[in-house]
Design a protein around this ligand. Sequence first.
Ligand SMILES: *[C@@H]1O[C@H](CO)[C@@H](O)[C@H](O)[C@H]1NC(C)=O
Ligand SMILES: *[C@@H]1O[C@H](CO)[C@@H](O)[C@H](O)[C@H]1NC(C)=O
Ligand SMILES: *[C@@H]1O[C@H](CO)[C@@H](O)[C@H](O)[C@H]1NC(C)=O
Ligand SMILES: *[C@@H]1O[C@H](CO)[C@@H](O)[C@H](O)[C@H]1NC(C)=O
Ligand SMILES: *[C@@H]1O[C@H](CO)[C@@H](O)[C@H](O)[C@H]1NC(C)=O
Ligand SMILES: *[C@@H]1O[C@H](CO)[C@@H](O)[C@H](O)[C@H]1NC(C)=O
Length: 795
Amino acid sequence: MTILAFLTFVLLLMHHSVSLSRPQCHSCEQTSCNCSRQNLRKVPTAPSELITDLDLSFNRLKTVMKNDFVAYASLQSLIMNDNKIKTIQEQAFDPLINLVKLDLSFNSLDTLSPEWFHSLLSLQHLNLLGNQYNMLGQGNLFHPLKRLKTLYFGGDNLQYVRKSDFSGLGALEEVIFDGQKLQAYAKGSLRQIGPIKYVTLGLNGPFHRNKALVEAILSDVVHPNTTLTFIDTSFITETQMSPFRVVDSSGTASVIFRNVIISVNAGLALLNTLSGSNVTMLGLENTKILINFLYRPNSPTMKHLEELFIKNADIPRFYSFPALFFLQPLLNVVRRVSMLNSTLFAIPCQSAASFSNLEYMDISDNLFSDLALSEMMCDGEGGLWNLQTLNVSRNHLQSINSQLFTKLDKLENIDMSGNAFHSMHETCYWPPSLRFLNLSSTHLGKVTTCLPVSLRILDVSDNALTVFNIDLPFLTELYISGNKLSILPDGHLYPRLTFLFIQNNNLQTFSRNSLNDYDHLQSLEAGTNTYVCSCDFVAFMTSDLTHQRVTIGDELKSYICDSPDTMRGRRVADARLSVFECHTALAFSLLLLGILAVFLLFAVLCHKFSVLWYMKMTWAWLRAKRKPKLKKGELKYDAFVSFSEMDSAWVETHLVPELEQAEPPLRLCIHKRDFIPGGWILDNIMDAIEKSHRTLFVLSQHFVSSDWCKYELDYTHFRLFDHNDDTVVLILLEPIDKDTIPKKFCKLRRVMNSRTYLEWPDDDEQIPRFWQSLRAAIKTPATDDGDVETDTVDL
Ligand SMILES: *[C@@H]1O[C@H](CO)[C@@H](O)[C@H](O)[C@H]1NC(C)=O
Ligand SMILES: *[C@@H]1O[C@H](CO)[C@@H](O)[C@H](O)[C@H]1NC(C)=O
Ligand SMILES: *[C@@H]1O[C@H](CO)[C@@H](O)[C@H](O)[C@H]1NC(C)=O
Ligand SMILES: *[C@@H]1O[C@H](CO)[C@@H](O)[C@H](O)[C@H]1NC(C)=O
Ligand SMILES: *[C@@H]1O[C@H](CO)[C@@H](O)[C@H](O)[C@H]1NC(C)=O
Ligand SMILES: *[C@@H]1O[C@H](CO)[C@@H](O)[C@H](O)[C@H]1NC(C)=O
């Protein structure tokens, strides 16, 4: 039992140590692991079976073991350059049946084995550059790789290339062959593959020591459809150029030199050798051009040369570069010339004029000044009549001299970007054929009508423009990013504009309307601006933009709010504004309407239930209650008469004379006569009632319909209730059926029920009795005289 446990433990330990010995890769995504520069000594564990891309470059791998890739069956790309791999076990790549790309460059492989490639039936790209092998295995190395398209091989130690090395390869499109130290090449080795589209040769050693070997290689790869590139070679003497005879007679169309050193003499010898060849394109990239003593060769002619391409030419003594007038026969056939970043500072008018077929000229990244450009263009008076495109970007120009181009009636494109113009004239003279103008990064603070009206495409990006308002009726593309515009240019000035690039300005907003001003706009790119996230703008940007005529071409996440403060830094698409912010006017109107409605309702209710009056009355009554009750002697009137205005005739003609002229006369308080003018009517009423012994109500239908009378009655009723006194005298002027009195006069009904009342008789004979009774009623002393004063209010 213990032995079993021990064994299990050991097995576990071993298992553990095996998995421990495999490192982890720190940067894996779903299907790819970039384990570059992680100091790995072993192939790391696969995080999943789905990894398709594995980059193990710049690590410390030495040996690739046969189990290393068992877990990587889905791998399509395996990059292992710049390790120290010396051995690869034979079955190591067997699981990689899906592998398309394998990079083993810059390791220490000294032998190559066909067993590695047995299962790599999908492999298309193989890089074996920079290793230590001196030959490509023992023959038939690449035989299984039927699909191989690109093959990079060779290195410092490669010495022999045999015919069997390339057997089986049929579909190759690109070869890089580094044979600096090559000793032997079996004629026909590369030819058996068939024409290869791109062949790059690094044959520095052979070019110096063994030109026959170079010729043998060249004659295997030259073909009219092949682009031949020579790299990492120095061409100093004319004799070195003799192998190019092979190229001359092969019909090869494109020859490029990259990372080479070439002397002017060697260059001229090359041109002479290729005289009469079918070469149409000649290129020099990253080339050091040595100026040595110039001998006068024959003027070379290359009838078929169309394009001369020179880029990053390093010319140590560029100021002593010879004027190559004798190249005229060569130059006047050329249609495209590019001389980029080559410390070119002048082309004399005479030389320029010999480019009589030139359609395309690119002299970007050089040292041209206004004067030099003027000279090259012969002050606008000669040569370059066929020019269609001129690129003078990133030179040292300081002014826009359109007159140099006025007469070039085929000129369509001018790229002057990256110069320092700062300003432009008000008027310019461009050829009417001009369609494209690039003035980006030229420090312009303002544009003028100098801009050619015929333009289709204008680039004024990365300047300091604050407005753009030049009428350009044919413009279809406007690049104006990186300026300081705060509003969109007026669309009416650009009726044909289809694309507008206005990123990185100070734009605060735009709307559907401002976009619709552009009749033909299809795409707008306006990210990275200082947007004011107003409701309209946010609504527009978050609406379904896909159905708009104008689409937003750049990523919505680059549209960021700059204001209001609460929104700053937020994406416009994520900005959420409240209803109050968005419909301020509407929201406030609604609120006000609501308040108004409540007030109205309140007022109506007040009116309906006479709330106001009751409140006033309660208030007045409270005050009255607080006032000390008047003593008998202080009472001013015998009776206060409450009557409806309609009954005033009866009061004035009958009641007042009858009572006031009686013996003894009664003092009556009649509101029309005795109320203090200007006083509050309620106060007056109460005052009058307070100062009277009795309150006389003259009841009639009119009384019932009069509000004031009702109030008087109410108040008295309060008093009645309060003092339980006997001060009310009712006179019924006409018969009122108690049941016909409206409900709201419940008080009156109650009073009428609880008291007897005097009726104004129809019969004249009864009238004196009526007056008598009335006088008696008024004169009867009140029963409450001497009642306890109630100063406290208990409601
Ligand atoms: C892996 O990352 C390095 C930089 O760390 C980068 O240069 C390399 O291109 C990446 N490899 C792949 C396959 O993307
Ligand atoms: C060369 O290329 C042309 C078109 O690019 C093609 O028609 C022709 O067949 C090619 N010639 C050979 C030999 O591949
Ligand atoms: C050069 O091109 C012409 C047609 O452009 C062709 O007739 C001639 O055969 C080519 N020369 C060689 C050597 O291929
Ligand atoms: C221009 O050429 C020089 C070498 O002459 C090179 O160092 C530099 O990187 C090149 N510049 C560009 C922008 O290619
Ligand atoms: C001019 O050259 C610059 C720099 O090489 C390049 O970016 C630009 O596209 C060129 N312009 C044209 C019109 O070819
Ligand atoms: C204008 O020139 C700049 C710099 O050379 C370049 O990046 C840009 O693409 C050019 N514009 C157009 C519309 O080609």
